[in-house]
Design a protein around this ligand. Sequence first.
Ligand code: NAP
Length: 350
Amino acid sequence: MRAWQVVRHGRPSHALELVEAEEPVPGPGQIVVKARASVLNYNEVDGCHGRYLTINPPLPYTLGMECVGEVVATGPGQEAWLGRQVTSSGFGAVGAHADLVLASAAMTFNIPPGLSDAEAAAFFYPFHLAHLGLHERGRLAAGETVLVHAAAGGVGSAAVQLAVAAGATVIATVGNEEKAEFARGLGAHHVINYRKRNFAEAVLEITDGRGVDVCFDGVGGEIMLQSLRCLARGGRHLVVGFASGIEAEEVPMVNGRMLCFGNFDIVGVILAYTPPEIAGKIAGASGMPVPRFNPPTTDIAQGVQDHLLSLLDAGRIRPIVGGEVPFSDLPQALEAMEQRQTMGRIVLGR
Ligand SMILES: NC(=O)c1ccc[n+]([C@@H]2O[C@H](COP(=O)([O-])OP(=O)(O)OC[C@H]3O[C@@H](n4cnc5c(N)ncnc54)[C@H](OP(=O)(O)O)[C@@H]3O)[C@@H](O)[C@H]2O)c1
């Protein structure tokens, strides 16, 4: 089968090679998906560079976090998935840019009714992550104000829509005028081009000095620090990602004084559904570069999916397919993402 593998570290066109790889064999908790599409995630750019320490398998390995297709083989106990059309996460968050994908059964859902393959591919991670952030972790309430960074991106565009659907006032930041227009179209009430003006000052103007209740931050670094200047009392800053530089993951972000005087919460968000019995065990594992790993469990996943499907059904959210590219074009598509040129989700065909 064909697979895009990271064979050396560097920019995607340097790091990736299209190779013939062995077909995967599913073990416990695993299924194999015959992929019709996969989708680009920003983490894969960092994976190519070898600077994403959380998911950093030995070389070579097959890149790709998510796919859409048919389940063609299952590990023990997962037989019910056989033949189903699914959106799924590559096992260990790798392996999806291939013809056959070894996937995690705990991170697999039926394709939502009425969605094309490309739309289904654009749906799973952005909306689940945005839901976990805004609702599970951020406790967003109707009438609150939400600041969403990189609002035209794959995850950001979902966060804008979910926050609007929840009855929040949404302030979006974006990196250019085309993205600004796009974010307005998603329902954002205020849009700031944060490459043109200081967004924290703009947010304080918009909120009459009060600040926002929730900040959905997939950019991190300096953008995170600036965001704390416009976070309201009792506000929640959602640490979702580090698109401005994954190195920021290793840097202490806040000190006690900032928390005491800010009277706000810094809230971590991870999308990594795990069966409760396994989650309990890996929570204490020492193999990861973190003091503790507390992934959301599969029972939470189903509740999130049900809520999202009801919003989808009611036409209140829609997956954003920003582009569809042929399988051969993965390196160029990832480089466009790295250069901030993409909007929504970029779907890789087969
Ligand atoms: N916590 C989790 O479980 C989890 C899971 C998946 C993804 N994530 C994170 O979610 C975030 C969004 O992922 P995505 O796949 O949807 O990507 P994306 O938002 O579609 O693309 C990244 C965007 O970040 C913004 N950005 C700001 N500074 C940047 C810089 N210096 N270089 C490149 N981009 C910059 C750009 O938008 P503007 O031009 O508008 O600024 C860019 O388009 C990423 O940080 C990703 O790692 C987290």
